[in-house]
Design a protein around this ligand. Structure first.
Ligand SMILES: [Zn+2]
Length: 82
């Protein structure tokens, strides 16, 4: 919990098949899968309640789509982050 037991994970993008490696607390991800009352990024938070995942990492965990492919698939969403 609270990103205190972060482990390295590698997720292959389902679109371009590129592997992406980063650190996440698997407990937080398990909680997010078990309880969908709030989104993954709201589970993956530190003790101050701030998410420790980047939008890119959230997208990989939620949809197995890397940021490059996400930008191609959803060009409108890209503007929201600029
Ligand atoms: Zn990709």
């Amino acid at each position: 919990m609270y990103g205190e037991k972060k482990q390295q994970v590698t997720i292959n993008c389902g679109v371009c098949n590129e592997p992406h490696t980063f650190f996440v607390d698997r407990e937080d991800v398990s909680n997010a899968i078990a309880d969908k009352s709030k989104p993954l990024r709201d589970w993956c938070v530190d003790r101050e309640g701030k998410t420790y995942l980047t939008p890119e990492q959230c997208e990989l965990l939620c949809t197995a789509t890397c940021w490059n492919c996400w930008k191609v698939l959803c060009p409108d969403d890209d503007k929201a982050y600029n």
